[in-house]
Design a protein around this ligand. Structure first.
Ligand code: DLL
Length: 435
Protein backbone atom coordinates (compact mmCIF):
# COMPACT_ATOMS: atom_id res chain seq x y z
CA UNK A 1 0.00 0.00 0.00
CA UNK A 2 1.34 3.43 -0.93
CA UNK A 3 1.57 5.82 2.03
CA UNK A 4 1.77 9.60 1.96
CA UNK A 5 1.66 12.15 4.74
CA UNK A 6 -0.31 14.63 2.58
CA UNK A 7 -1.49 12.70 -0.51
CA UNK A 8 -3.53 15.57 -1.96
CA UNK A 9 -0.34 17.63 -2.17
CA UNK A 10 2.34 15.00 -2.77
CA UNK A 11 0.59 13.51 -5.80
CA UNK A 12 -0.73 16.76 -7.30
CA UNK A 13 -0.48 16.88 -11.12
CA UNK A 14 2.64 18.74 -12.26
CA UNK A 15 0.63 21.49 -13.99
CA UNK A 16 -1.17 22.18 -10.71
CA UNK A 17 2.11 22.29 -8.80
CA UNK A 18 3.42 24.87 -11.24
CA UNK A 19 0.25 26.96 -10.97
CA UNK A 20 0.43 26.78 -7.18
CA UNK A 21 4.11 27.81 -7.25
CA UNK A 22 3.37 30.73 -9.58
CA UNK A 23 0.66 32.13 -7.33
CA UNK A 24 2.77 31.84 -4.21
CA UNK A 25 5.87 33.24 -5.92
CA UNK A 26 4.05 36.44 -6.89
CA UNK A 27 2.95 36.95 -3.27
CA UNK A 28 6.35 36.04 -1.86
CA UNK A 29 8.24 38.48 -4.09
CA UNK A 30 5.95 41.28 -2.87
CA UNK A 31 6.48 40.21 0.78
CA UNK A 32 10.26 40.17 0.38
CA UNK A 33 10.35 43.45 -1.57
CA UNK A 34 8.22 45.23 1.00
CA UNK A 35 10.03 43.88 4.06
CA UNK A 36 13.71 43.24 3.27
CA UNK A 37 15.56 46.42 2.36
CA UNK A 38 18.64 44.50 1.25
CA UNK A 39 16.73 42.42 -1.29
CA UNK A 40 14.62 45.40 -2.43
CA UNK A 41 17.87 47.22 -3.31
CA UNK A 42 19.13 44.09 -5.12
CA UNK A 43 15.97 44.02 -7.21
CA UNK A 44 16.21 47.74 -7.98
CA UNK A 45 19.86 47.27 -9.05
CA UNK A 46 18.77 44.37 -11.28
CA UNK A 47 16.01 46.55 -12.77
CA UNK A 48 13.21 44.25 -11.71
CA UNK A 49 10.06 45.23 -9.82
CA UNK A 50 7.52 42.94 -8.08
CA UNK A 51 5.02 43.71 -10.88
CA UNK A 52 7.42 42.10 -13.39
CA UNK A 53 6.98 38.72 -11.71
CA UNK A 54 3.80 37.04 -12.94
CA UNK A 55 4.74 33.44 -12.25
CA UNK A 56 7.55 30.87 -12.29
CA UNK A 57 8.34 31.78 -15.92
CA UNK A 58 9.70 35.10 -14.56
CA UNK A 59 11.78 33.58 -11.76
CA UNK A 60 14.99 33.95 -13.76
CA UNK A 61 14.59 37.76 -13.66
CA UNK A 62 15.21 37.84 -9.89
CA UNK A 63 18.74 38.29 -8.56
CA UNK A 64 20.49 35.45 -6.74
CA UNK A 65 21.29 35.49 -3.07
CA UNK A 66 24.47 33.86 -1.74
CA UNK A 67 25.94 32.67 1.53
CA UNK A 68 28.15 35.77 1.56
CA UNK A 69 25.01 37.92 1.46
CA UNK A 70 23.69 36.01 4.46
CA UNK A 71 26.94 36.55 6.32
CA UNK A 72 26.94 40.26 5.45
CA UNK A 73 23.36 40.66 6.62
CA UNK A 74 24.01 38.79 9.91
CA UNK A 75 22.02 38.66 12.11
CA UNK A 76 18.73 40.37 11.24
CA UNK A 77 19.29 41.91 7.79
CA UNK A 78 17.20 39.33 5.93
CA UNK A 79 14.36 39.05 8.40
CA UNK A 80 11.01 39.71 6.69
CA UNK A 81 8.75 39.88 9.76
CA UNK A 82 8.97 41.76 13.08
CA UNK A 83 11.09 39.97 15.67
CA UNK A 84 8.02 39.53 17.87
CA UNK A 85 6.58 37.12 15.25
CA UNK A 86 9.65 34.84 15.32
CA UNK A 87 9.65 31.87 17.66
CA UNK A 88 12.90 30.02 16.78
CA UNK A 89 16.31 30.43 15.23
CA UNK A 90 18.84 27.90 13.97
CA UNK A 91 22.37 28.22 12.73
CA UNK A 92 24.82 26.44 10.45
CA UNK A 93 27.86 24.78 11.91
CA UNK A 94 30.22 27.03 9.90
CA UNK A 95 33.61 27.11 11.50
CA UNK A 96 34.97 30.02 9.48
CA UNK A 97 33.57 33.52 9.21
CA UNK A 98 30.22 34.56 10.61
CA UNK A 99 27.70 31.84 11.18
CA UNK A 100 24.59 31.82 9.05
CA UNK A 101 21.42 32.14 11.11
CA UNK A 102 17.86 31.50 10.02
CA UNK A 103 14.58 32.41 11.70
CA UNK A 104 11.14 30.81 11.92
CA UNK A 105 7.59 31.92 12.73
CA UNK A 106 5.26 29.26 14.11
CA UNK A 107 3.89 28.88 10.56
CA UNK A 108 7.45 28.27 9.26
CA UNK A 109 8.08 25.58 11.89
CA UNK A 110 4.81 23.93 10.95
CA UNK A 111 5.60 23.70 7.26
CA UNK A 112 9.13 22.50 7.98
CA UNK A 113 7.82 19.76 10.26
CA UNK A 114 5.31 18.74 7.56
CA UNK A 115 8.23 18.32 5.16
CA UNK A 116 10.06 16.10 7.67
CA UNK A 117 6.86 14.13 8.34
CA UNK A 118 6.58 13.43 4.61
CA UNK A 119 10.13 12.03 4.70
CA UNK A 120 9.33 9.75 7.63
CA UNK A 121 6.13 8.44 6.02
CA UNK A 122 8.00 7.90 2.74
CA UNK A 123 10.44 5.71 4.71
CA UNK A 124 7.51 3.61 5.92
CA UNK A 125 6.90 5.46 9.21
CA UNK A 126 3.51 5.37 10.95
CA UNK A 127 2.20 6.12 14.44
CA UNK A 128 3.23 2.58 15.41
CA UNK A 129 6.92 3.43 14.99
CA UNK A 130 9.55 4.34 17.54
CA UNK A 131 11.64 7.03 15.92
CA UNK A 132 15.15 7.27 17.33
CA UNK A 133 16.55 10.72 16.52
CA UNK A 134 20.28 11.06 17.03
CA UNK A 135 20.88 14.07 14.85
CA UNK A 136 22.22 16.85 17.07
CA UNK A 137 19.68 19.02 18.87
CA UNK A 138 20.38 22.68 19.55
CA UNK A 139 21.45 25.16 16.91
CA UNK A 140 21.71 22.39 14.28
CA UNK A 141 18.44 21.86 12.42
CA UNK A 142 18.77 18.06 12.19
CA UNK A 143 17.39 17.02 15.60
CA UNK A 144 14.59 19.59 16.01
CA UNK A 145 13.34 19.26 12.40
CA UNK A 146 13.10 15.48 12.33
CA UNK A 147 11.76 15.49 15.90
CA UNK A 148 8.87 17.76 14.83
CA UNK A 149 8.15 15.62 11.78
CA UNK A 150 8.13 12.48 13.89
CA UNK A 151 5.56 14.03 16.26
CA UNK A 152 3.35 14.90 13.31
CA UNK A 153 3.43 11.31 12.08
CA UNK A 154 2.58 10.23 15.61
CA UNK A 155 5.68 8.11 16.17
CA UNK A 156 6.97 7.68 19.68
CA UNK A 157 9.91 10.06 19.34
CA UNK A 158 13.19 9.47 21.18
CA UNK A 159 15.03 12.83 21.27
CA UNK A 160 18.42 11.16 21.78
CA UNK A 161 20.65 13.78 20.16
CA UNK A 162 24.14 12.66 19.17
CA UNK A 163 26.82 10.96 21.23
CA UNK A 164 26.90 8.43 24.06
CA UNK A 165 26.81 5.42 21.78
CA UNK A 166 26.29 2.92 24.60
CA UNK A 167 23.16 4.74 25.68
CA UNK A 168 21.92 4.91 22.08
CA UNK A 169 22.21 1.16 21.74
CA UNK A 170 20.68 0.51 25.15
CA UNK A 171 17.59 2.61 24.34
CA UNK A 172 17.37 1.09 20.89
CA UNK A 173 17.15 -2.34 22.51
CA UNK A 174 14.98 -1.40 25.50
CA UNK A 175 12.45 0.78 23.68
CA UNK A 176 12.40 -1.13 20.40
CA UNK A 177 13.45 1.72 18.08
CA UNK A 178 12.26 1.03 14.53
CA UNK A 179 13.46 4.11 12.62
CA UNK A 180 16.94 5.54 13.06
CA UNK A 181 17.63 9.17 12.09
CA UNK A 182 21.22 10.41 12.08
CA UNK A 183 24.12 11.24 9.78
CA UNK A 184 25.22 8.31 7.60
CA UNK A 185 28.69 8.37 9.17
CA UNK A 186 27.17 8.00 12.63
CA UNK A 187 24.85 5.26 11.34
CA UNK A 188 27.90 3.37 10.04
CA UNK A 189 29.61 3.77 13.41
CA UNK A 190 26.51 2.67 15.33
CA UNK A 191 26.22 -0.36 13.04
CA UNK A 192 29.84 -1.23 13.78
CA UNK A 193 29.28 -0.97 17.55
CA UNK A 194 25.98 -2.89 17.47
CA UNK A 195 27.59 -5.77 15.58
CA UNK A 196 30.68 -5.72 17.80
CA UNK A 197 28.51 -6.07 20.89
CA UNK A 198 26.56 -8.88 19.24
CA UNK A 199 23.40 -6.78 19.72
CA UNK A 200 22.08 -6.98 16.17
CA UNK A 201 19.37 -9.53 17.05
CA UNK A 202 18.17 -7.38 19.94
CA UNK A 203 17.34 -4.35 17.84
CA UNK A 204 14.17 -3.89 15.81
CA UNK A 205 15.27 -1.20 13.38
CA UNK A 206 13.61 -1.42 9.96
CA UNK A 207 14.55 1.90 8.35
CA UNK A 208 17.05 4.72 8.61
CA UNK A 209 16.71 8.34 7.46
CA UNK A 210 20.20 9.61 6.89
CA UNK A 211 21.47 12.91 5.57
CA UNK A 212 23.28 16.17 6.33
CA UNK A 213 26.44 15.00 4.59
CA UNK A 214 27.52 13.28 1.40
CA UNK A 215 27.30 9.49 1.29
CA UNK A 216 27.62 7.05 -1.53
CA UNK A 217 25.48 4.16 -2.75
CA UNK A 218 28.20 1.83 -1.49
CA UNK A 219 27.91 3.30 1.98
CA UNK A 220 24.12 2.89 1.80
CA UNK A 221 24.58 -0.76 0.90
CA UNK A 222 27.00 -1.31 3.81
CA UNK A 223 24.68 0.31 6.34
CA UNK A 224 21.65 -1.59 5.02
CA UNK A 225 23.54 -4.87 5.23
CA UNK A 226 25.06 -4.34 8.64
CA UNK A 227 21.84 -3.14 10.31
CA UNK A 228 19.35 -5.13 8.25
CA UNK A 229 17.37 -2.00 7.37
CA UNK A 230 16.38 0.09 4.36
CA UNK A 231 18.36 3.35 4.36
CA UNK A 232 16.72 6.51 2.98
CA UNK A 233 18.40 9.76 2.07
CA UNK A 234 17.16 13.14 3.30
CA UNK A 235 18.48 16.51 2.22
CA UNK A 236 18.16 20.05 3.46
CA UNK A 237 19.99 23.13 4.60
CA UNK A 238 19.57 25.60 7.43
CA UNK A 239 19.10 28.57 5.15
CA UNK A 240 16.05 26.97 3.47
CA UNK A 241 14.64 25.47 6.74
CA UNK A 242 16.65 22.34 7.57
CA UNK A 243 16.18 18.62 6.84
CA UNK A 244 13.22 17.70 4.63
CA UNK A 245 13.72 20.10 1.73
CA UNK A 246 13.80 16.81 -0.17
CA UNK A 247 13.58 13.14 0.74
CA UNK A 248 13.70 9.68 -0.76
CA UNK A 249 10.72 7.40 -1.30
CA UNK A 250 10.84 3.61 -1.57
CA UNK A 251 12.16 3.88 -5.14
CA UNK A 252 15.44 5.36 -3.78
CA UNK A 253 16.11 7.00 -7.12
CA UNK A 254 16.58 10.62 -6.15
CA UNK A 255 14.97 12.82 -3.51
CA UNK A 256 11.54 14.41 -4.06
CA UNK A 257 11.74 18.16 -3.45
CA UNK A 258 8.81 19.56 -1.48
CA UNK A 259 7.74 21.75 -4.36
CA UNK A 260 4.70 23.22 -2.67
CA UNK A 261 7.18 25.11 -0.48
CA UNK A 262 10.38 25.37 -2.51
CA UNK A 263 11.05 26.06 -6.18
CA UNK A 264 14.23 24.38 -7.38
CA UNK A 265 16.42 25.48 -10.30
CA UNK A 266 19.72 24.16 -11.61
CA UNK A 267 22.15 26.80 -12.84
CA UNK A 268 25.58 26.90 -14.39
CA UNK A 269 27.69 27.91 -11.35
CA UNK A 270 30.01 30.00 -13.51
CA UNK A 271 27.50 31.98 -15.60
CA UNK A 272 24.29 31.76 -13.53
CA UNK A 273 22.42 30.56 -16.62
CA UNK A 274 19.40 28.34 -15.82
CA UNK A 275 20.01 24.81 -17.14
CA UNK A 276 17.35 22.43 -18.44
CA UNK A 277 16.15 19.35 -16.54
CA UNK A 278 18.70 16.57 -16.60
CA UNK A 279 21.74 18.85 -16.64
CA UNK A 280 24.23 18.85 -13.80
CA UNK A 281 24.72 22.20 -12.06
CA UNK A 282 24.26 24.22 -8.88
CA UNK A 283 21.01 23.85 -7.02
CA UNK A 284 19.12 27.09 -6.33
CA UNK A 285 16.05 27.33 -4.07
CA UNK A 286 13.27 29.88 -3.74
CA UNK A 287 11.10 29.66 -0.63
CA UNK A 288 7.49 30.43 -1.52
CA UNK A 289 5.72 29.81 1.78
CA UNK A 290 8.16 30.86 4.50
CA UNK A 291 7.42 34.07 6.38
CA UNK A 292 10.41 34.95 8.54
CA UNK A 293 13.42 34.07 6.40
CA UNK A 294 12.16 33.70 2.84
CA UNK A 295 15.18 33.45 0.58
CA UNK A 296 14.63 33.97 -3.14
CA UNK A 297 16.96 32.20 -5.58
CA UNK A 298 19.41 31.06 -2.91
CA UNK A 299 22.56 29.51 -4.37
CA UNK A 300 23.21 26.37 -2.33
CA UNK A 301 26.62 25.54 -3.86
CA UNK A 302 25.43 21.92 -3.97
CA UNK A 303 25.84 20.33 -7.37
CA UNK A 304 22.91 18.15 -8.43
CA UNK A 305 20.65 17.06 -11.30
CA UNK A 306 16.84 17.42 -11.39
CA UNK A 307 14.49 14.87 -12.94
CA UNK A 308 10.76 15.04 -13.67
CA UNK A 309 10.54 11.45 -14.84
CA UNK A 310 7.42 9.92 -13.26
CA UNK A 311 8.16 7.99 -10.06
CA UNK A 312 6.46 4.67 -9.33
CA UNK A 313 5.69 5.86 -5.79
CA UNK A 314 3.09 8.21 -7.25
CA UNK A 315 4.68 11.39 -5.93
CA UNK A 316 4.80 14.08 -8.59
CA UNK A 317 7.38 16.34 -6.97
CA UNK A 318 10.57 16.76 -8.98
CA UNK A 319 13.50 14.61 -7.85
CA UNK A 320 17.06 15.76 -7.20
CA UNK A 321 20.08 13.50 -7.36
CA UNK A 322 22.24 13.06 -4.30
CA UNK A 323 24.47 16.14 -4.10
CA UNK A 324 27.33 15.28 -6.46
CA UNK A 325 29.76 17.68 -4.85
CA UNK A 326 29.94 21.32 -3.91
CA UNK A 327 30.74 24.11 -6.27
CA UNK A 328 32.73 25.74 -3.49
CA UNK A 329 34.34 23.06 -1.32
CA UNK A 330 35.32 21.14 -4.36
CA UNK A 331 39.08 21.08 -3.94
CA UNK A 332 41.48 21.96 -6.67
CA UNK A 333 44.59 19.87 -6.02
CA UNK A 334 47.54 19.95 -8.38
CA UNK A 335 45.22 21.78 -10.76
CA UNK A 336 42.62 19.02 -10.74
CA UNK A 337 39.06 19.26 -9.35
CA UNK A 338 38.68 16.75 -6.55
CA UNK A 339 35.34 15.87 -4.94
CA UNK A 340 35.43 13.90 -1.67
CA UNK A 341 32.62 11.70 -3.06
CA UNK A 342 34.98 10.42 -5.77
CA UNK A 343 37.44 9.29 -3.12
CA UNK A 344 34.65 7.63 -1.13
CA UNK A 345 33.51 5.72 -4.19
CA UNK A 346 37.00 4.29 -4.76
CA UNK A 347 37.39 3.30 -1.11
CA UNK A 348 34.01 1.59 -1.01
CA UNK A 349 34.59 -0.20 -4.32
CA UNK A 350 37.84 -1.55 -2.92
CA UNK A 351 36.11 -2.79 0.23
CA UNK A 352 37.44 -0.20 2.68
CA UNK A 353 35.23 1.18 5.45
CA UNK A 354 34.18 4.81 4.99
CA UNK A 355 36.66 6.03 7.57
CA UNK A 356 39.36 8.16 6.08
CA UNK A 357 41.09 11.45 6.62
CA UNK A 358 42.33 13.46 3.71
CA UNK A 359 44.97 16.14 4.20
CA UNK A 360 45.85 18.59 1.48
CA UNK A 361 48.91 20.75 1.97
CA UNK A 362 51.23 22.92 -0.06
CA UNK A 363 54.95 22.30 0.19
CA UNK A 364 57.30 24.55 -1.77
CA UNK A 365 54.44 25.76 -4.02
CA UNK A 366 53.37 22.27 -4.84
CA UNK A 367 50.19 20.60 -3.58
CA UNK A 368 50.45 17.39 -1.61
CA UNK A 369 47.53 15.14 -0.91
CA UNK A 370 47.66 12.37 1.64
CA UNK A 371 44.88 10.07 2.61
CA UNK A 372 44.80 7.94 5.73
CA UNK A 373 42.44 5.02 5.30
CA UNK A 374 41.32 2.52 7.87
CA UNK A 375 41.58 -1.13 6.95
CA UNK A 376 38.69 -3.44 7.74
CA UNK A 377 39.38 -6.02 10.44
CA UNK A 378 39.56 -8.78 7.83
CA UNK A 379 42.18 -6.93 5.80
CA UNK A 380 44.18 -6.20 8.92
CA UNK A 381 44.13 -9.85 9.99
CA UNK A 382 44.91 -11.18 6.53
CA UNK A 383 48.68 -11.54 6.52
CA UNK A 384 48.82 -12.94 3.00
CA UNK A 385 48.58 -9.48 1.43
CA UNK A 386 51.11 -6.87 2.54
CA UNK A 387 50.01 -3.37 3.52
CA UNK A 388 52.44 -1.96 0.95
CA UNK A 389 50.77 -3.83 -1.87
CA UNK A 390 47.32 -2.77 -0.71
CA UNK A 391 48.54 0.85 -0.63
CA UNK A 392 49.97 0.55 -4.11
CA UNK A 393 46.67 -0.74 -5.47
CA UNK A 394 44.69 2.10 -3.86
CA UNK A 395 47.12 4.70 -5.24
CA UNK A 396 46.50 3.33 -8.71
CA UNK A 397 42.68 3.20 -8.32
CA UNK A 398 42.62 6.75 -6.96
CA UNK A 399 44.83 7.90 -9.81
CA UNK A 400 42.42 6.55 -12.39
CA UNK A 401 39.46 8.22 -10.66
CA UNK A 402 41.08 11.58 -9.90
CA UNK A 403 43.84 11.88 -12.45
CA UNK A 404 46.46 12.66 -9.81
CA UNK A 405 48.74 10.66 -7.53
CA UNK A 406 47.60 10.59 -3.92
CA UNK A 407 49.78 9.38 -1.04
CA UNK A 408 47.96 6.55 0.69
CA UNK A 409 48.63 5.44 4.24
CA UNK A 410 46.67 2.46 5.51
CA UNK A 411 46.04 2.41 9.24
CA UNK A 412 44.70 -0.17 11.69
CA UNK A 413 40.94 -0.52 12.21
CA UNK A 414 39.32 2.04 14.54
CA UNK A 415 42.28 4.41 14.66
CA UNK A 416 40.62 7.35 12.92
CA UNK A 417 38.43 9.41 15.27
CA UNK A 418 34.70 8.75 14.82
CA UNK A 419 32.19 11.54 14.45
CA UNK A 420 28.80 11.80 16.10
CA UNK A 421 27.58 14.46 13.72
CA UNK A 422 28.89 15.43 10.34
CA UNK A 423 32.26 13.78 9.78
CA UNK A 424 35.26 16.06 9.27
CA UNK A 425 37.22 14.11 6.69
CA UNK A 426 38.99 16.80 4.76
CA UNK A 427 41.78 18.91 6.21
CA UNK A 428 42.95 21.55 3.78
CA UNK A 429 46.04 23.17 5.28
CA UNK A 430 46.63 25.41 2.29
CA UNK A 431 44.30 28.18 3.53
CA UNK A 432 43.44 29.01 -0.04
CA UNK A 433 40.14 30.62 0.80
CA UNK A 434 41.21 32.84 3.69
CA UNK A 435 40.92 36.51 2.77
O1 DLL B 1 22.64 19.47 7.22
C1 DLL B 1 20.29 19.89 7.41
C2 DLL B 1 20.04 18.43 7.50
C3 DLL B 1 19.95 17.83 8.73
C4 DLL B 1 19.82 17.69 6.36
C5 DLL B 1 19.68 16.50 8.84
C6 DLL B 1 19.54 16.34 6.45
C7 DLL B 1 19.47 15.73 7.68
P1 DLL B 1 23.30 22.40 7.18
O2 DLL B 1 24.08 22.10 8.41
O3 DLL B 1 22.93 23.82 6.92
O4 DLL B 1 21.92 21.63 7.21
O5 DLL B 1 24.10 21.80 5.96
C8 DLL B 1 23.56 21.85 4.66
O6 DLL B 1 24.76 19.84 4.08
O7 DLL B 1 24.07 22.31 1.59
C9 DLL B 1 24.69 19.93 1.71
O8 DLL B 1 25.96 20.35 1.26
C10 DLL B 1 24.88 19.01 2.92
N1 DLL B 1 23.80 18.00 2.93
C11 DLL B 1 22.62 18.02 3.57
N2 DLL B 1 21.93 16.89 3.34
C12 DLL B 1 22.69 16.14 2.50
C13 DLL B 1 22.55 14.85 1.89
C14 DLL B 1 21.73 20.29 7.27
N3 DLL B 1 21.48 14.08 2.08
C15 DLL B 1 24.51 21.20 3.68
N4 DLL B 1 23.55 14.43 1.08
C16 DLL B 1 23.91 21.11 2.30
C17 DLL B 1 24.66 15.17 0.86
C18 DLL B 1 23.89 16.86 2.24
N5 DLL B 1 24.85 16.38 1.43
Amino acid sequence: MKRYFQPEIETMPVEEIKKHQSELLVKQVRHVYDNIEFYRNRMIEAGVAPDDIHGIEDLHKLPFITKDDLRDQYPYGLLAVPLKDCVRMHSTSGTTGRRVVSFYTQHDLDLWEDCCARAIVAAGGTNEDVCHVCYGYGLFTGGPGVNGGSHKVGCLTLPMSSGNTDRQIQFMKDLGSTILCCTPSYAAYLAECINERGARDDIKLKAGIFGAEAWTEEMRHDIEESLGIKAYDIYGLTEISGPGVSFECEEQKGMHINEDHFIAEIIDPKTGEVLPEGKRGELVFTCITKQAFPLLRYRTRDIAILSRKPCSCGRTFVRMSKPLGRSDDMMVVKGVNVFPSQIETVLMNEGYPANYELTVDRVRNSDTIEIKVEMSQEMFDDLKVTTASREKKLVSKLKSMLGIVVDVKLVAPKTIARSEGKAVRIIDKRDLYRS
